[in-house]
Design a protein around this ligand. Structure first.
Ligand SMILES: NC(=O)c1ccc[n+]([C@@H]2O[C@H](COP(=O)([O-])OP(=O)(O)OC[C@H]3O[C@@H](n4cnc5c(N)ncnc54)[C@H](OP(=O)(O)O)[C@@H]3O)[C@@H](O)[C@H]2O)c1
Length: 295
């Protein structure tokens, strides 16, 4: 049993690799540039803009591919739609075709941004209505995975963050640093989301993978909050002044990509599959986030 993980230096991919390696499974971690995480796994340096993932899968013949690589910066996607479609749609298509060819299971990562945010929180049954280049390209990638792979699960995550050293800087890290330093943090009051600790996302994605189930699963955190509420909860955990969190409405800030407003993900399906407490509530997530930062 060999599992190939793409996006192995990323927030979720690095935790998928670490968890698989910790379980004693053979993992091939595919990342761009030098390895930044998990010494335990075999590592392949590959840039998917110049090297073909499909050929790598066909050559290595893993039993499963956990596909976490993507162009994740939503504003950068607006500026580079060709790159976004290559990475978020065509790459998934080639992974799905290669998995079908060799009889491998595909577990692809998806996003809350496939919804327009008008009527969230959303279940797996709700109809996507993606807006913006990132959202549309990721939705096309979902469709490619679900149409083309024979054994496939699609795991949507949302607002991913990690406190681990060397991991990508996210909103949560800037907020924690500023709050701890007594500095003001601006946060959207009208964006309602499902924040997801990267390691918890990886736990759910692996749970879905190992279950052998097919179809869409929302592998997001268990609490639905505004970004202001997220920052206030973080301030309380840090013993910082909650009043440092300054609410801003999304309409006050001009950003290249559209931000869906009520875009939280319902996690009932993954709870039924993996257990009620597996999608971590915000309080438990923040404890783990701060422990990761201290480690
Ligand atoms: N982050 C979020 O808030 C969020 C929210 C919803 C859904 N998602 C989805 O969750 C999945 C995992 O994302 P993440 O949160 O782990 O984000 P991430 O940390 O940005 O990971 C994405 C990975 O893809 C890699 N990648 C990008 N372009 C590549 C290329 N040309 N060749 C090879 N690798 C490339 C990146 O490599 P580098 O490390 O070299 O840049 C990065 O490690 C993605 O499908 C994403 O769309 C993420």
């Amino acid at each position: 049993m060999t599992t190939l993980v793409t996006g192995a230096n990323g927030l979720v991919g690095s935790r998928l690799v670490a968890r698989l390696a910790a379980a004693g499974e053979r993992v091939i971690a595919v990342g761009r540039g030098p390895r930044r995480f998990s010494e335990a796994a075999e590592y392949v340096d590959q840039d998917f803009l110049s090297q073909k993932l499909g050929e790598t899968i066909a050559g290595l013949r893993p039993s499963a591919v956990l596909h976490a690589a993507a162009m994740t910066d939503v504003d950068a996607c607006e500026a580079d739609p060709v790159g976004a479609w290559l990475l978020n749609a065509h790459l998934v298509e080639s992974a799905a075709l290669a998995c079908r060819e060799i009889g491998a299971r595909l577990v692809a990562l998806g996003t809350d941004y496939v919804f327009d945010g008008e009527q969230g929180p959303y279940s797996e049954e709700d109809l996507p209505n993606p807006r913006g280049v990132y959202a549309r390209s990721k939705r096309a990638g979902e469709e490619a995975a679900l149409l083309l792979a024979r054994d496939v699960a699609l795991c949507r995550v949302a607002v991913v963050y990690s406190g681990r050293k060397g991991s990508k800087r996210t909103f949560a890290i800037s907020a924690a640093e500023n709050l701890a330093a007594g500095k003001q943090v601006k946060a959207f009051s009208d964006q309602i989301v499902s924040p997801t600790l990267a390691d918890n996302a990886a736990e759910m994605v692996l749970g879905v993978h190992r279950s052998g189930e097919q179809g869409i699963f929302h592998c997001a955190g268990g609490s639905i909050v505004s970004r202001v509420e997220f920052c206030r909860a973080l301030a309380r955990k840090l013993g910082a002044d909650e009043d440092l969190v300054s609410p801003v409405r999304t309409s006050e800030v001009k950003l290249p990509a559209p931000r869906p407003l009520r875009c939280a993900l319902k996690t009932d399906k993954v709870k039924r599959l993996l257990g009620e407490s597996v999608p971590l509530a915000l309080d438990a997530q923040l404890d783990r986030f701060l422990a990761e930062r201290r480690a």
